[in-house]
Design a protein around this ligand. Sequence first.
Ligand code: GLN
Ligand code: ZN
Length: 760
Amino acid sequence: MKTAVVGFPRVGKNRELKFATEKYFKGEIGEQELLNEAAQIRKYNLSKENAAGIDYISSGDFSFYDGILDTAFALNVIPARYKALGLSNLDTYFAMARGYQGEKGNVKALAMKKWFNTNYHYLVPEIDDDTEVKLVGTKLFDEYDEALANGVLTKPVIAGPFTFLKLARFTGRKNIADYTDAFIKAYSEILVKVSEKNVKWIQFDEPFLVRDLTEDDKKTFVSLYEKILSSKGEVKVLLQTYFGDVRDIYSELTGLSFDGIGLDFVEGRKTLELVEKNGFPKDKILFAGVLNGKNIWRNNYKASLNVIGKLQTAGAENIVISTSCSLLHVPYTLESETKLTQEYIKHFSFAEEKLLELKELAVCADALAGDAYKELDIYKKNELLFTGRVNSADEKVQERVRNIKASDYTRLPEFAEREKIQKESFALPLFPTTTIGSFPQTADVKTERKLFRKGEISEEEYKTFVKKKIADCIKLQEEIGLDVLVHGEYERNDMVEYFGENLEGYLFTEKAWVQSYGTRCVKPPIIWGDVSRKKPITVEWSVYADSCTDKPVKGMLTGPVTILNWSFPREDISLKESTLQIALAIRDEVLDLEANGIKIIQIDEAALREKLPLRKSDWNSEYLDWAIPAFRLVQSGVKADTQIHTHMCYSEFTDIIPAIDAMDADVITFEASRSDLLILDSLKENNFKTEVGPGVYDIHSPRVPSVEEIVNALKLMREKLDDHKLWINPDCGLKTRGETETKASLINMVEAAKILRESV
Ligand code: GLN
Ligand code: ZN
């Protein structure tokens, strides 16, 4: 059996691309140096894939920033404002990716959005009425040629026209239908070009097919490919899907003249069922994505072989073993991890290790007949990993989860009564002002943390430093005149890592970086075992902050769903069970804060929406039905006069407003300043009961908002929300901002609140 890889990480084993690109941005290296670094990375990737003996290796999966942006660039979907800058090709590309501010002009970047249900972000192509779609880029062909020159025959890969069109933003009056012909022409031209080069296979990525599709969508897809495929000549076309199953379009998909179809058997809950029910055409190759491209655990060969066996029984005669999606979403290699012992390492598989797993699976698959594979050493070794794994089981934690009662998910008294009690006990002014939690993480904060980590200053010295920062931060907030204060979060680097480090059951890596967007990478911690809290985490800081002022200070925690969504989750228990374990740990922290006199506690769920299923029909049953209760479990134990806040950002909420209300927090703050305040309508329509602080200014930019601007934003909010429910705050934490602009912005915000109060 042959093997294939959908795509490979491209930041470089040691994030070489990130560092080179950032140097290029700063003008420290020139274009040629950056291009050389990129070529080295591609060469390294190819050599690894080739050495592992992978049969279908991708080229064109490299990117300086993002694959959708690459496709836009290749198809001349380049808005005029970027062309007008008159920059080099590469700099025009980067201007689209991150904006440009300099002697040639001042333009904002294209919008950036989360890539399906991952933590990777793509750039949203913009198509206006004057966009002239045509094949202008040569990246796809150049990288194929380069790979060939390096001795590797590859399948070039590019985003398919359907997904591209569905993700694009149409800014004029034209729409998808007006552009299908141009896309057919451009993609046909790609096929003609690769045929001329004697390319054997080309891969079109169409992940949009795993979403809910309308009749129109299906028609668009079919009419695009019917015509495009008529140009394919000798080249074979692989239509690759990932992140779910293609239940809405399976028969149309298998009916078209593709030569191979890539399906996801990991996240695609119905993929196997689809093939079993409908069969698979004998003249096509099924690229079976049985190896998880998103998580870092070893593949369970028994389970994968079981799927392959069933596919064969269902009539799929030509199978290639593949990854479920691009390996872009996992780190490079375990070789970089020097601190984790073999005990742990043997359970993990990063991109390079996954190549070997593919090969081993292929060997086992060849021995499927008569169960001969069971005698293979590679199989036995793999089987042992799963029979032997105890995953630091903690009986007590498991029992606690088993003993959760239905009533533990409900906070009493109910909202309206609590609201009354809290209005009286806090006696805050109308339109209370607050912030989201963090204050600027200035250079001194980062330096002290580093010194402490390296052991160059003692814990006492570090604590004294953090406390001084907290005291100053409280003083500043009092001066500014804010109503509900925060301690500033100086003790944390990151809202998830900080809690992970203080929880039992978590593992940390050294170099397991994954691209989030452009040059930004994240290093998600690994949930290794049953999670529990070792000891109080934030209590000391919050209590100290509280002692510095007479005003209320919010305790600041990260919620269970966000902690889970920004970690590599376990595969041996359900996400629900893991989340409940985390929820119980954070619940303990909430109760400790309350017992120590903290009257307002914020539990951030910044990433709540992240793992929302791609299909609406799965939203409740697959996710919200446990994610929302997990949040309720965290806070249900507090007294009526303890106020629970939550905060959300980075995404659209308009469509899950009822679920957010069902979290049953007392106050929610969220990012609204950039989403056109559309969310306000949705709050009104849904009779949102929770008190709410839609961000009144955008903290992602250093700009200081004027008093007038904030007053205007607030006026709009007052049209849709009851006065006594409205809070005033920035749209997210201030950690990445400078001190000067932060102070100036908050002063204006408090001034706006005063003006508003006077006008009532
Ligand atoms: N409390 C966190 C902060 O203020 C929230 C961060 C976030 O929403 N991403 O930084
Ligand atoms: Zn936020």
